[in-house]
Design a protein around this ligand. Structure first.
Ligand SMILES: [Zn+2]
Length: 253
């Protein structure tokens, strides 16, 4: 091909036609659907914002991180928990509950960016002390993953890891059994429900490594306990956890 034609061809290749197209689509969607607060529907200036100033002001933001220690805060489990410490970013509130609901059930993936960024900033002050753990999103069963189209815990983990300068391993921990939703179950039933539901990818050596489990919420700790049991059983030195929030639960139900 003559030199001039080659140059022109290369310039055309370098010009990504998708970019102006995507910008056009975004501008059109902003015109049709102006950005609004995901909680109260107040108008926002742009799509990069998630909540209005009033909702942000009423959020108990992650400045005061909730540290849940194994045997102290999870004594309702049938045995001392297999994980070491769990961090939760926000106190549970109607706004936090709504954000988690929209993230999980209404395809609002951008919420993971917002919350993952905040959680990553929290984690930054723990990461080195915890031996720079590898982040493991709590996996969904493949059937649920197919229904939802994404794992909200993986979206969170990727954002947290980016912010805290850590690595994510999304295929190490697997969910081998589909479990029923935990919402209506008490602590004992939850442990039974998720017991044995997780496994490790075969032929991996995790002896002496530290991990950080990422989930949207931690309630009784049963899911993180089941994941941590697998990891500790395979020789992991430490297993920590991080979640958006820890809803209260009725231990007697
Ligand atoms: Zn609002």
């Amino acid at each position: 091909m003559p030199g001039r034609l080659t140059n022109m061809f290369n310039k055309l290749k370098a010009f990504d036609l998708r970019r102006p197209f995507l910008h056009g689509v975004q501008a059109l969607s902003e015109f049709i659907y102006p950005p609004e607060c995901v909680y109260c529907n107040e108008s926002l200036d742009n799509y990069k914002e998630m909540l209005c100033a009033s909702c942000i002001g009423s959020l108990d933001v992650a400045s005061e991180v909730r540290v849940h220690q194994g045997v102290i805060d999870f004594e309702h489990l049938r045995h001392p928990p297999n994980f070491d410490t769990v961090l939760a970013g926000w106190a549970y509130s109607p706004i936090v509950s709504e954000l988690i609901h929209q993230l999980k059930y209404e395809q609002r993936r951008r919420i993971a960016d917002y919350m993952g960024c905040e959680l990553g900033a929290i984690l930054s002050s723990y990461a080195a002390v915890w031996g720079n753990p590898v982040l493991l999103p709590v996996p969904l069963h493949r059937v649920r993953l197919r229904e939802r189209g994404y794992n909200q815990s993986l979206l969170l983990a990727e954002k947290i890891a980016h912010e805290a300068g850590l690595l994510v391993q999304s295929r190490l921990l697997l969910r081998k059994r589909q479990t029923e939703t935990q919402t209506m179950l008490n602590a004992t039933a939850r442990q039974k429900n998720v017991g044995g539901a997780f496994t490790l990818e075969s032929h991996v050596n995790i002896e002496g490594e530290s991990f950080l489990l990422v989930d949207d919420v931690v309630t009784t700790g049963a899911t993180m306990d089941a994941c941590a049991e697998v990891l500790k059983g395979a020789g992991a030195a430490k297993v920590f956890g991080i979640a958006i929030s820890r809803p209260g639960f009725d231990r007697s139900c």
